[in-house]
Design a protein around this ligand. Structure first.
Ligand SMILES: N[C@@H](CCC(=O)N[C@@H](CS)C(=O)NCC(=O)O)C(=O)O
Length: 222
């Protein structure tokens, strides 16, 4: 059975949401954020010891985008990606790649600017630039999502799940949200899907992506 290494409320939410959408059978292994070394099988599966990490038979997959694409391919009946040869399939590659290399990493200057500089005094500037960049990403998304239900059009895919999670992370920072009306409407649409509601409940998250129990991860004190 497929195994998901996760930290509830982190990037692994996207993987869990995709597995719920696919009605997959899987088991979760809760990684304690400060005790990652307690799980040798985690390091064996992912030398970076980051979540999400998925072990699927002899395959080990990590990096959120790769995990999502793997789940979509692994459960083709879920329709989480158009099949090979479908002209819309490359649009999922583009969305997932952009989301991974641009939107995902755009949160770090806002959430932890101090980790991006050796000069403590430089952190506010990094955060300020991060906010400018995030606003640009929001404008881009407003255009890309205009007049469409899901990222690639009429079909819900793993790209929607990844985008949904990262838009939801806006609730983790005080003054920066990807809050254009079109993006927010997409966030609401994804968030209302039964499998996504279930994944949020399993991850102990509120509809606006706050942790119900901020002091717990996977039911354990952090
Ligand atoms: N580029 C990686 C980033 C993964 C990552 O940083 N995950 C964080 C959670 S959001 C993590 O594993 N943190 C564990 C820790 O720092 O102990 C991806 O997209 O999967």
């Amino acid at each position: 059975m497929l195994r998901l290494f996760q930290i509830t409320g982190s990037s692994s939410f996207a993987a869990r949401a995709a597995l719920e959408e696919a009605a997959a059978e899987y088991e979760v292994v809760n990684v304690h954020p400060r005790k990652r070394d307690d799980l040798p099988e985690f390091a064996a599966a992912n030398p970076l010891q980051r979540v999400p990490t998925v072990v699927d038979g002899d395959a080990s997959v990590y990096e959120t985008g790769a995990v999502l694409l793997h789940i979509a391919d692994r459960y083709p009946e879920s329709g989480l990606i158009p099949p090979l040869g479908d002209p819309l399939r490359p649009a999922v590659y583009r969305w997932v790649t952009w989301t991974a290399n641009t939107l995902h990493s755009a949160w770090w200057p806002l959430m932890m600017p101090q980790a991006l500089t050796t000069d403590e005094a430089g952190a506010p500037g990094i955060r300020e630039r991060g906010a400018i960049n995030m606003a640009k990403h929001g404008e881009y998304l407003e255009t890309e999502l205009a007049d469409r239900e899901w990222c690639i059009g009429d079909q819900f895919t793993v790209a929607d799940i990844y985008l949904y999670m990262l838009v939801g992370w806006g609730s983790f920072v005080d003054d920066m949200h990807v809050d254009g009306a079109t993006v927010q409407a997409h966030f609401e649409r994804v968030g209302a899907r039964p499998a996504i509601v279930r994944a949020r409940e399993l991850d102990d998250l509120t509809p606006d992506f706050q942790r119900n129990h901020p002091e717990l991860r996977g039911g354990q004190p952090i």
